[in-house]
Write a protein that binds this ligand. Structure first.
Ligand code: ADP
Length: 250
């Protein structure tokens, strides 16, 4: 695809701008191409889905957007910042401050309680934020309340269901008030009903905070919840659209 896709009004600067992105993995001696020249603008303040079949490059794209990995070639800008130009410590700070990430397999720290998992994300930015331990605890408790886990703050991940664990992970992703929340197939390890609840929760939080959310999915039912749908196949963008489903006002 030559022209970058921009499904939003031109006056709005995108939250993420991607140009000529390439990424391959080495599998032994074999080079496996995951992204093969991706150009896309992802609109700000929207609930965007990256949709495509398994193996199409969704995770790779989200990991690059989340600055968890670096591309082989091409450019990414997140809110006007090029992560490639940052030194490792600056990149860690940028990621912790500006980006929240929700993983397929939750990635909670098993020895910490729910509230401690959320606090941990805030501790990564201290002392810059200057929050006292009591303030961190208070905010972590509030966030857990917002994701529907009031009363479960002291449970460890193994005392929570999959859906509850993903709620903790969402609270953790929001801890530092990020501009961008990325969720890599956040429903992949959940049953259909729980997955739909998780997407509805993220949808509500996105409306409430106005942050930009991008999640990946291959589930048509979940894709319909999004404002913007960017389709990938075989490591390339093959289309972008705003689904026709109308949402109720927040
Ligand atoms: P999706 O998220 O859409 O399932 P991925 O981004 O995970 O797609 O994968 C894109 C391609 O890259 C696939 O062919 C996959 O097998 C390959 N791939 C992904 N991660 C690795 C890895 N760590 N090592 C080797 N190949 C990988």
């Amino acid at each position: 695809m030559n022209a970058p896709l921009n499904p939003l009004r031109p006056a709005d600067a995108p939250i993420a701008r991607v140009r000529g992105l390439h990424k391959s993995y080495l599998l032994g001696e074999v080079k496996v191409p995951a992204l093969r020249g991706v150009d896309v603008d992802i609109p700000r303040g929207c609930f965007t889905v990256i949709a495509g079949p398994s193996g199409s490059g969704k995770s790779t794209l989200l990991h690059l957007l989340g600055c968890i990995d670096r591309p082989d070639a091409g450019r990414i800008e997140i809110d006007g910042v090029s992560p490639q130009t940052l030194a490792d410590d600056q990149l860690s700070e940028f990621r912790a401050r500006r980006i929240g990430f929700v993983f397929q397999s939750f990635n909670l720290l098993p020895v910490l309680s729910a509230v401690e998992n959320v606090e941990y994300a805030m501790r990564l930015l201290d002392p810059a934020q200057g929050h006292s331990p009591a303030q961190r605890r208070q905010r972590a408790r509030e966030l857990l309340g917002e994701v529907g886990l009031g009363g479960m703050e002291d449970r460890r991940p193994n005392q929570l269901s999959g859906g509850q664990r993903q709620r903790v992970a969402i609270a953790r992703a929001l801890a530092n008030r990020p501009d961008l929340v990325l969720a890599d197939e956040p429903t992949a390890n959940l049953d259909g009903h729980t997955g739909a609840e998780i997407i509805a929760l993220m949808r509500r939080i996105q409306r409430h905070t106005g942050a930009s959310f991008i999640f990946s999915s291959h589930d048509a039912g979940l894709i319909r919840a999004a404002d913007v749908c960017i389709r990938v196949a075989d490591g390339q963008i093959v289309g972008a659209s705003i689904p026709e489903v109308q949402h109720e006002p927040a």
